[in-house]
Design a protein around this ligand. Sequence first.
Ligand SMILES: *[C@@H]1O[C@H](CO)[C@@H](O)[C@H](O)[C@H]1NC(C)=O
Ligand SMILES: [Cu+2]
Length: 230
Amino acid sequence: MAHPSQLGFQDAASPVMEELIHFHDHALMIVLLISTLVLYIIIAMVSTKLTNMYILDSQEVEIIWTILPAAILILIALPSLRILYLMDEISNPHLTIKAIGHQWYWSYEYTDYKEVAFDSYMIPTQDLNPGQFRLLEVDHRMVVPTEAPVRVLVTAEDVLHSWAVPALGVKMDAVPGRLNQTAFVASRPGVFYGQCSEICGANHSFMPIVVEAVPLKYFQDWSTLMLEDA
Ligand SMILES: *[C@@H]1O[C@H](CO)[C@@H](O)[C@H](O)[C@H]1NC(C)=O
Ligand SMILES: [Cu+2]
């Protein structure tokens, strides 16, 4: 989850998020260089006495300020496209979970286990236990194993929602009547929080997403328990 008044991204908990943060820093570095250069040129131009009112064009300068921005755009576009296609790839998922957006809660179906399906409601503020996060905690978390490719099938029952977990680098629109998929690998155990990210009505802010990543052994214990309950 984000800290109060946090600047920047949450710590990456998946390889894709690592890549995204890398790319963000790369793009920001270029922005910084361009801003510095432009600021320098502005100051140099307003403070110099070397002016010439009769210059109308200059081929050399035109060529430079056309080619240079084009080259910079390519330097941004190539790594961007690399991540875009990387995120699209769903390679051999070990587990598939269906996440369904409702007004106003998420429900999860573990399609590999058939009987494992549950709703995930936000815990109201007055019912929170010490240490739980207001407007983020849910009654039933989505539990996944660490270091295993997990596929999430995302859809909605009523209106548009969006299933998003920033630390895992995942955000997928949930569209009624359509099924979309996304995938992630949780690289470390932890509890990762997200929120519905498509305005979906009055309680849009009150349908958080909680992914609990645990080592495979514990995931097996959990799924066995869930199957016994079912
Ligand atoms: C699935 O998600 C991708 C990426 O957001 C999007 O381009 C595509 O149109 C979606 N497919 C459907 C069927 O909604
Ligand atoms: Cu929603």
